[in-house]
Design a protein around this ligand. Sequence first.
Ligand SMILES: *Cc1c(COP(=O)(O)O)cnc(C)c1O
Length: 395
Amino acid sequence: PYQPSETVQGALELLYNLQEELAVITGMDAVTLQPSAGAQGEWTGLMMVKAYHEQKGEVRKKVLVPDSAHGTNPASASVAGFKTVTIPSNENGLVNLDELKKHVDSDTAALMLTNPNTLGLFEQEIAEIAAVVHEAGGLLYYDGANANAILGKTTPGSMGFDIVHLNLHKTFTGPHGGGGPGAGPVGVKEFLLPYLPVPRVEKDGDKFVLNSNYPLSIGRVKGYHGNFGILVRAYTYIRTLGPIGLREVSEGAVLHANYLRKRLEPYFDAPYSQICKHEFVLSGSRQKKLGVRTLDMAKRLLDFGYHPPTIYFPLNVEECLMIEPTETESKETMDAFADVMIQIAKEVEENPGIVLEAPHTTVIGRLDEVQAARQPILRYKKEESAVKEKEPVNV
Ligand SMILES: *Cc1c(COP(=O)(O)O)cnc(C)c1O
């Protein structure tokens, strides 16, 4: 990354081409590849929201976030200096438009939204939602971490959004939960281009250049050019599949989620039982009445070799299990998973102890996750000092 641009033309060409591809995929006009995670993309987008309003001479303090949003949304908003206001969902799990209208005003900087939302449901009133926010002078931010449901079908741009981030470590090759490193590119509509991070990768004639000549830019948000390896991987994925292949990704992801949903719904509570997009939620409240929590069932899945799905998220569903099979699983894999889930549901009724004591087959059993986070033991010490290690560490 320290080499002069003339000597790294191939790398810059790849970055430039990826920016262009992602702009088309999201319906945006310009893209930065710098942010290295979804959360950093959100923060980058919100800093642009702030710069945009300030440039217009306005100070807007509020960012609206639905109660089904990913936890990073309100966190990014507050790190960027905004106050978050939670918008409750309606009984169908979608944005409550009346509540939204109540909260939108001249202090509203932006609304952050995921569509389809984290319940896997598509916000059908998105055009009206966008109009309400825009009429008040606010901007629309699209959390596109999991874009699996919309590739080649629709774009955040055509839904009325002004800013979007993608998680290349989720949608474009990385299995959800597969860890990092990440890449959270951010796309914007033309009017926000001047605020994008610098340096921008641009094309000048037949040369690729780094341009920092954007006086309104929020500045650099990441060293070098982002996580280059992940960008190469995502670019390879996009070019290998092409437009038709990307559309098939979404068709597969949606079909798989609905297939699993239908297989599992008889055995668990399904608070939003309707056609879903790339993911769906079940509730373990039926099992909770028998004394077994969703956490216990997730631990039991480990005994069968499954990485458990996301649990206790979204927050607006009790004892939540959020299942996102993605486009890549075969019918055999999904059936095997469904069979195990059904077996666990039966165990809860017939032999709950085996679920409550799970996992039985892993090297270590249940970790105290709270203590692990609050009092991390960050280096190995001989046994005699282990007790001392457990003293609270100021983190
Ligand atoms: C994963 C995720 C994020 C955050 O992305 P990170 O790369 O983990 O920071 C934000 N929103 C949604 C909907 C996500 O699934």
